[in-house]
Design a protein around this ligand. Sequence first.
Ligand code: CUA
Length: 334
Amino acid sequence: MTGLFFLADASGKGFWMPPAASEYAEHVDALFMFILVLSVLFFVLLMGLTGYFAVKYKASPTNTRSSPVSHNFKLEFLWSAIPTVLLVVIFAWGFRDFTSLSATPADALELRVVGQKWNWTVSYPKLDRECTSNSSAKGENVVDFYVPVDRPFTVQLSSQDVLHSFWIPAFRVKRDAVPNRYTGYTVTPTRPGIYPVFCAEYCGDSHSQMRGTVHVLTKEEWEKDFLGTDKCKLDPKAPDYKPKLFAKYGCNTCHSVAAGRAVIVGPGLHGIYGKEEPTSAGSVKVDDDYIRESIEYPSKKIVTGFEGKNMPSFKGRVTEQELAALIDYIKSLQ
Ligand code: CUA
């Protein structure tokens, strides 16, 4: 939709919008323009007619109101039907675009984003990288992170403390990071460049300092300047960070991680990620949400046969980053 009159020029710079740098942004802008043009057309039409009639039927000796019109079926039908059709079109269009945020293709790049007062952490679970915030000269906490162009990436959002919202204006996406649960979206950047990221949910004193920068790289830059460098790389001297964490919290005293899923106290964890498990609350697919819930609220959905084992809750004891690392560790046991 680039070039839709004054919406954007070839570089994606718009008259009043930031550049449209994702597929989704182009869709959002197109719908925005459709609604704007429609509103302007109807505004001009209705105000014009109002003015025209006000003049035409103004009080004068020749205008009498001896037979006012009480109703007109055709007219009433039209002024109900046309807005209804337009509203249905707008809803269907908006709904289609909105649901596209939840469609995650298998080749999407996975990112985890944790919000906390007052900075963002962006990690790449499959790449063992984690980008953390740096203080800028203006006292802002800015996280620089990197994504390749034309490849969808999916953001899994969570919060360490209060509500935050991960907003990338150039991509036209924004979603709340909510404590104790995962939210997220999938989006495909379409223009290499550097775009600002904000927190869009008031979260306390330094809300406005909670900033970020997303670098959309070309395929070559992604290979060479990100994957080929140590940018955001986790300490290579600590490759056993995840199993150590698993032991630090004593998970290993109850859960075996070896193939065969031997039972120590609780269920063995080898190969369970992605499987369906029978639990006290019915069959449950083992995914990030279920593992998270089982760490924080172990008694909510107990795997059949393990009732009464009373796993303690780790709610408030593990940080968001540690939760993510434990989930990744369990995921890696394949
Ligand atoms: Cu975080 Cu506002």
